[in-house]
Design a binder for this molecule. Structure first.
Ligand code: PMT
Length: 407
């Protein structure tokens, strides 16, 4: 189930009796870690009320292309861009025909035309409708255009007939969407260590110094590495983000604790990614009692924390080491200087302190740099961005390993 962690799934529901299973599908997708928004056709609303989907998804339901209120909240183009994955379940014969012919005559078909996300359909219809030459031709056309068919299955149908055309069961649709575990991923057999979130440095027993890191970017990287087949350990500072399925989490609080936890594990790992926003300084002497506000000013004496990333890169046989750089100006120059100074294989630089991207939000963009190359990864969900980053890491890691092995 790990493949849907942090994914934004746009679930389209069309008119068919199988629509009664779709609220359960929403629930299962959310359990697998996805954020789900629902778009319904007019036919679907004859079978299930939008309120049901609103209750199970926790999000407003979309159904009208020309609804000014819905457009003001999240326009259809924005919704098409928001999705990492479009899933239409059930997909009726009529919907498949309209999609195959490029119609944009309701919200759902328009979203499918306007999205760059992969589209999957779970067809559901009477067996004769499914076997009709028109439907099969539409299916073939859609498959040739890269649209994925999940099912249909065969068996008892709601109309009393038996045959091919019924929507697959909800767990099978979710399993199909999460990918075939039998397929080897590009990080199969590797061990990946990731630092995540902020650290906290005590000022006194009740106060601390910290930063805005939520842990979203770091856990998205951990989830992406896991999806690609790695064994993943995440050493996380205090953050409320849930652990991706299949990832081992080690909780720490301070930079010193993070340093210790990482250095105990780094020698055994193949790839290290420093996504944490580690506090550069800690308070030199933390008093046992709460500091009283007797004076108008308070001076804290700070000591530099160990640099975890640099310590890993300086190991005698270091893993493939990837740093992050959080910058407010001269992004590329500062990041490249950090990459060289810390002897990193790669650095992923992001802007912080701007309206979009960086800390806390759900989206980010990265400038990824390595010796002699680089790639810009545009603004997108942290889940999709982490996938793209880890693809680059896997490519560079195998290239470097290959050239080391052939020496
Ligand atoms: O958690 P989110 O809210 O999703 O936000 C994501 C993020 C903005 C925190 C993340 O994308 C990011 O940029 N992480 C690195 C933040 C940071 O500390 O950058 P830096 O430029 O100060 O540090 C450079 C690198 O050195 C980082 O890989 C950092 O983990 C590492 N470092 C820094 C200091 C230290 N003592 N030890 C370290 O390992």
């Amino acid at each position: 189930m790990s493949n849907l962690y942090g994914r934004r799934v746009l679930l389209g529901v069309t008119g068919g009796i199988a629509a009664y299973k779709s609220p359960d599908l929403v629930r299962r997708l959310r359990e697998a870690g996805a954020q789900v928004r629902v778009a319904m056709t007019a036919g679907a609303m004859e079978f299930v009320r939008p309120l049901t989907f609103q209750a199970v998804s926790g999000e407003p339901v979309h159904h009208d292309l020309l609804d000014p209120a819905a457009e003001a909240a999240m326009g259809h183009i924005e919704l098409a861009r928001w999705a990492d994955q479009v899933l239409v379940a059930p997909a009726s014969a009529n919907f498949m025909a309209r999609l195959a012919h490029g119609m944009a005559d309701d919200l759902l078909t328009t979203l499918c035309l306007a999205t760059e996300a992969p589209i999957a359909l779970a067809p559901a219809m009477n067996r004769v409708m499914w076997a009709n030459a028109a439907t099969l031709a539409n299916r073939d056309l859609l498959v040739r255009r890269g649209i994925r068919m999940i099912g249909p299955g065969s068996g008892d149908q709601a109309c009393g007939e038996v045959g091919e055309g019924r929507m697959l069961d909800v767990p099978d649709i979710v399993a199909a969407l999460t990918g075939d575990p039998a397929e080897p991923g590009p990080l199969d057999g590797t061990r990946v260590l990731v630092t995540v979130g902020p650290t906290r440095e005590a000022v006194d027993p009740v106060r601390f110094l910290s930063n805005r890191s939520s842990g979203r970017m770091g856990f998205a990287v951990a989830a992406a590495a896991r999806r690609m087949g790695a064994e993943v350990v995440a050493v996380a500072g205090p953050c409320a983000v849930s652990t991706p399925p299949g990832v081992e989490r080690v909780d720490v609080e301070t930079a010193a604790q993070m340093h210790e936890a990482v250095m105990a594990r780094a020698p055994g790992c193949d790839i290290f990614v420093g996504a944490a926003a580690v506090a550069d300084y800690r308070v030199a002497e933390v008093p046992e009692a709460k500091i009283k506000k007797n004076d108008d000013t308070l001076t804290l004496s700070l000591l530099k924390n160990p640099d975890i990333l640099q310590s890993v890169a300086a190991l005698p046989d270091p893993p493939f080491t990837v740093g992050f750089a959080a910058e407010t100006h001269d992004l590329r120059d500062h990041a490249e200087a950090k990459r060289r100074r810390k002897s990193l294989d790669m650095i992923a630089a992001n802007w912080v302190g701007r309206a979009q991207g960086g800390f806390e939000g759900d989206e980010n963009a990265l400038e990824v740099l390595w010796e002699g190359g680089g790639r810009s990864l545009g603004m997108q969900s942290k889940a999709a961005l982490a996938d793209a980053l880890m693809e680059l890491v896997a490519e560079r890691y195998h290239e470097e390993r290959g050239s080391q092995d052939s020496r």
